[in-house]
Design a protein around this ligand. Sequence first.
Ligand code: SF4
Ligand code: ZN
Length: 713
Amino acid sequence: MSGLTDLIYSGTDAVIGLTEGAVNDAIAAHGADEPIAFPDTAYFLPTIYAATGVKVTKLGDLPACVDVMKSLTTHEPEIGPALNAGLATAVGAEIIEALKYVGGANPYENEGGIGFVPDPIIRSLGVPLVTGDIPGVAVVLGKADDPADVAAIVRDYQDKGLLTTLVGDCIDQVAEQGVKMGLDYRVIPLGHDVTAVTHVVTIAIRAALIFGALEAGNLPALLEYTKERVPAFVNTFGTIGGVEVSAGAGAIALGFPVIVDFDLGDLAVPGALESETDHANTVAKSLALRNIKVKAKAVQLPVSFAAAFEGEIIRKKDCYVEFDSDHNPTVELVTMYDSPDDVEDRKVEIIGPAVPETSDELIRMPLATTVKVYGEKMQPDFESVIERKIHSWFNYIEGAMHTGQRNLFRIRISKASWEAGLRLEHFGEVLVSMILEEFGQVVDKVQVTFYTDRDLVQKFLDEVAMPRYRSRDDRLASLTDESVDEFYTCVLCQSFAPSHCCVVTPERLGLCGAVSWLDAKATKQLQDAGPSQPIPKEGCLDERTGRYTTVNEVVKEATHGAVENVTLYSLIEDPMTSCGCFECICGIMPEANGVVVVNREYAGMTPTGMTFGELASMTGGGVQTPGFMGHGRQFISSKKFIAAEGGPERIVWMPKELKDDVASRLNKTAKEAYGIDNFTDMICDETIATDSEGVLAFLEEKGHPALAMDPIM
Ligand code: SF4
Ligand code: ZN
């Protein structure tokens, strides 16, 4: 063992020396009062904050952190203490990286990597991680002897949906080999210096703070969280020096196994530090070591089919054919049939002209995607649940893009994927396979027919689809919390936020925005013992706040006793818990006697004096925080939104983009409930004011109703 521990300590000593030097230089250059911070995070220097509770805000705070590094580095020749020295290296890397941002610098502007990953991106990863849509996180570090090898490994992870982060020269190697990179492709180049590895370490650490409600300074709890709940591992390429070895020890301390591509001999530590000299086996070995299960592919296509391609954007110049409602009639509809004879299982058919095999110009065509399903347990309510998934599935296809839904959508197929052999038929195969794969519990037979003839598409749209959409809309409008007998739980996020439970009602969707009452109901049908369980709507204790004995009982059980009392409609009295992946957060603005609602995408300041990230850091992790609550966008325009505090009438400020997004629905609600016309015109936004006085002046000028309401607290 001493060979390995010696290597680790020599690396850590080097990092301590470098860090100390860099800190002293920075203080000499800028002074001890110079602020230091990563961009857009509420967690300071996250590793230091999580491990020690220290909030580093200025250069003068750093020498004490260097002392912590030294105290972690005991030079004892056992593996346990040596792993602590690895943590010291993680701290050093974090400091060195943070110093790059001093003085408002933008160190990653032309670096080829993205550097620090802001909090909102981590929050947005919450749902795909808990659903297993992102089954793991790979850290690829170093420089491969053969660039094709590392590119193939990264492509394989991408194909399997993993999130891959790159550190070092492998960034250029992978880029040269034409791998599609960026957050949208789940391949994130972090930076070329080995210290850039801190930017994935802090993702894991902030996951513990954001979702796990980890108390800052509780190092053992931090290490347990990352080990148990963050499915990450490290692959290194090429020869690695002491610094890399010691950084690797830090990874191992966090519970992330390290797989190197040279022979470690007797330095290997089974399960933690292993060799794989054959690059063809790296992926399998890594997944096995972290026990990451990747779902078998349901479809084989001439291009990749993976969730990693969901965010891919295809520009017009790269597009071969486009089915787009701006230029042609388009429609997509899933319809259930009552008899098995009505559906010809797995049949895919195109009726109308085929897409021309070659063309110098962008082709535009009409398209109807019609899907017939039959199943003994199928319900009309599930049609829209399945139909909405078309968007994701088509986007999983490499070189295909789908936006919109129903009769308003755009599908693009890229020139590259067309040349690779991707055809419309494949989209049909995707639908058949994925519907049977994901909805097999309720769907027994699937048939897909595409119409490409303009008249046929228009006729289908007018005579079949529109009436169906209308009847679904009527059904949705009639779905109120009063009209149903059951609510549902969703505990998917418990893998990251162990004491979190969403209560999903017709009028209040899950806070991630991805789980409606219909979705939860379908989930119960699909997985009887799954994450969504019914709550009988009985034992109403208080209508104003939405307090039910049954809700309390079920939530208590679902959270293993962590949460005993929860209301459906109050922000202040026992509000619902928040996991961390909420689309929006709502917080009280006492001086305006109202609330501020801010969405994850908004990076600026709010009138509460806090950014989204800072507001969000005060809630989450499955904890109830009266006065702050995470919620979905859709909920804002519901009459039930903070109904106990007076409803959406209390909203005094929202970022403009959010306000515009919810305007038509919110204005309708305000008109119906309070008789107010164009309510959103009374709501302030960042283009008007973000400071308290400015907001108040605006509200008074507009006569905002919140000013005259009962005191909110
Ligand atoms: Fe997580 Fe709630 Fe969304 Fe379920 S509904 S995935 S628990 S945020
Ligand atoms: Zn969540």
